[in-house]
Design a protein around this ligand. Structure first.
Ligand code: NAI
Ligand code: ISE
Length: 337
């Protein structure tokens, strides 16, 4: 049995702490070797009780810590480019949370840096590709049983947005999941995006455009509509219905316990992604650890991260005017063919 993969986790906030717990207690073949977060208290709290872990307030010190052989980036999106480039400079394999880099130019610099290395090192945290329902939908579409896809109708609702969440982030952070899922399910790149702004919910913080309605058109003419509402107040709901020439398929119906009493039935609704996608995160990190130990990258990569960011950036431009905006992708380097 070879050594467990020593992972440095950058960012020990909500996602980082959950990934640290997962690496420490859920997945096999890995251990948390270092935690890096400018907030030392947070890093220490997340690392508490883990044998052999070191805690750092500088990301680069965490990457250079003893026993580190791979990196999991869970810092805020704007910090990802620097962390990815630092990992590449050290030849360290990476699992980087979405959005890979929120702006398209920065995302492309990451793609180009990896292309210059001549080998893939990074996986991006589009965990829906590891969700059992999404995987069943993908397998069904790939089987051809439903015929050619015509439309995807998607719903993405959060209970509330975290502090500092901006109108752009509804598209480049939240809807980045639907952009990636649509590209993956359909095997097509987006060609244009239109973002409409209905009136905002009174639950949204002052000035936040919430909800928004995002319409993607793919290069082969499939329409993907996404309702994004990050201050629903009532639940975490992620749904997707594929409408095809010979049938339709829907995933994401809330499937928790149904309670019937006094002549009415009620159903539990998950309150956040850590519950709804718990199994997907576990599979994502386990498959990343396994592939990394084999010296491979098997999940979504930097090209997928770039395509999502470029599409989202066009969406944020459209958000200002409501105008249909074309998505211009750079040529795809052969490494990502
Ligand atoms: N895949 C998914 O479903 C989800 C992904 N995310 C993504 O995970 C990432 C982190 O999000 P949250 O945990 O919600 O944020 P958070 O705000 O809870 O935590 C971020 C942490 O990163 C630290 N940090 C700031 N700058 C840093 C740097 N340069 N290096 C290292 N650490 C730094 C902060 O001190 C904080 O502790 C984001 O990219 C976000 O989009 C978040 C929620 C769900
Ligand atoms: O990635 C995520 C968050 O960053 C984002 O803010 C939420 O809207 C998503 O539901 C969640 O999966």
């Amino acid at each position: 049995m070879s050594e467990p993969l020593g992972v440095a986790v950058l960012g020990a906030g909500r996602m980082g702490a959950d990934h640290i717990r997962r690496l420490d207690r859920v997945v096999s073949g890995a251990r948390v070797a270092a935690v890096g977060d400018p907030d030392r208290d947070r890093a220490e709290e997340a690392a508490a009780g883990i044998d052999g872990v070191s805690v750092h307030t500088e990301a680069e010190a965490a990457l250079d810590a003893p026993g580190v052989a791979a990196v999991l980036i869970a810092s805020p999106g704007p910090a990802h480019e620097e962390a990815l480039l630092a990992a590449f400079a050290r030849g360290l394999p990476v699992l980087c949370e979405k959005p890979m880099v929120p702006d398209a130019a920065g995302a492309l610099r990451v793609v180009e840096a990896e292309a210059r290395l001549g080998r893939r090192l990074a996986q991006i945290g589009f965990m829906r590709r590891y969700d059992t329902e999404y995987r069943r939908l993908k397998a069904l579409l790939d089987s051809g049983r439903l015929g050619r896809p015509l439309m995807l109708h998607c719903t993405h609702r959060n209970v509330s947005s975290p502090p500092g969440f901006t109108s752009a982030m509804l598209v480049d952070s939240s809807v980045s999941h639907e952009i990636d899922a649509a590209r993956w399910l359909l095997g097509q790149e987006p060609a244009a995006v239109t973002v409409l702004r209905p009136r905002s919910t009174a639950r949204a913080p002052e000035g936040l455009l919430d909800p928004q309605f995002v319409l993607l058109e793919t290069e082969e003419g499939v329409l993907v509509d996404v309702e994004i509402l990050v201050n629903s107040g009532f639940g975490y709901q992620v749904r997707c219905e594929a409408v095809c020439e010979a049938g339709s398929a829907r995933i994401g119906e809330d499937r928790a316990m149904v309670v019937t009493t006094s002549g009415a039935a009620s159903e539990e609704v998950p309150q956040d992604y850590l519950v709804r996608f718990a199994g997907a995160y576990d599979r994502e990190v386990q498959e990343w650890v396994d592939a990394t130990r084999r010296g491979e990258v098997t999940g979504p990569g930097t090209w997928d991260g770039y395509a999502a960011s470029a599409t989202a950036e066009a969406g944020v431009r459209s958000q200002r005017t409501g105008a249909r905006t074309t998505v211009e992708l750079a040529p795809r380097p052969p490494l990502f063919a």
